[in-house]
Design a binder for this molecule. Structure first.
Ligand code: HEM
Length: 166
């Protein structure tokens, strides 16, 4: 696959979400977005984010695939353990994904180029994601960033568990 094809693929993910319905899960959170090129509907759960964004737009072999840029693996079956409750390499006081806290999750910061940004805004190819795509990822984090859709994470229990080993 040549660079032009990859750029086209990433751009199709990034630029023009057509329809978005918003069940507000807190600030900026969004329930789903339709991606025009694939026609895929991205919902706030990891399998959908993986299929619609991480695999086609991030886990490229020389990025967060085999190359594991910034020691971040966004390939299927690796992204959860590489993101959730894992300290960022570039911003070590933040986790890449802090369950229930999208505003202090470095993944969201890298996508939105937040004031705490270190390094470049992501994705590096194809320009920034549309905010409505990021808002679906925010909704997943705001729900506690569960690994699979059927699992509900309770914020209090999460806090207690975290207090034990952090
Ligand atoms: C939407 C897709 C992508 C996401 C979600 C993403 C996410 C991230 C995150 C969270 C970091 C910081 C990791 C840390 O501090 O621990 C990072 C760094 C990095 N990513 Fe990505 N990335 C994406 C696409 C890409 C692509 C397509 C490339 C390659 C062309 C790439 C190359 C890099 C590199 C080289 C770094 C380290 C240097 C820097 O931050 O500028 N990423 N990415």
């Amino acid at each position: 696959m040549n660079l032009a094809t990859i750029a086209g693929l990433v751009t199709s993910v990034c630029l023009i979400p057509l329809a978005a319905t918003a069940a507000d899960l807190g600030e900026h959170a969004q329930e789903e977005v339709v991606l025009p090129a694939s026609g895929g509907v991205m919902t706030p759960d990891l399998p959908s984010i993986q299929t619609n964004l991480f695999t086609p737009g991030c886990a490229l072999s020389f990025c967060h695939g085999a190359a594991m840029s910034a020691n971040l693996d966004l390939r299927e079956d690796a992204s959860y353990t590489s993101l959730v409750d894992i300290r960022s390499v570039e911003h070590p006081t933040w986790d890449r994904v802090e369950p229930f806290n999208p505003n202090e999750s470095f993944l969201i910061c890298k996508l939105e180029a937040c004031p705490e940004l270190v390094g470049q805004q992501m994705p590096l190819i194809g320009g920034p994601l549309d905010q409505s795509v990021i808002d679906v990822i925010r909704a997943w984090v705001a729900k506690g960033a569960p690994e699979s859709p059927g699992v509900a994470v309770d914020a209090n229990t999460w806090g207690q568990v975290k207090a034990i080993y952090r």
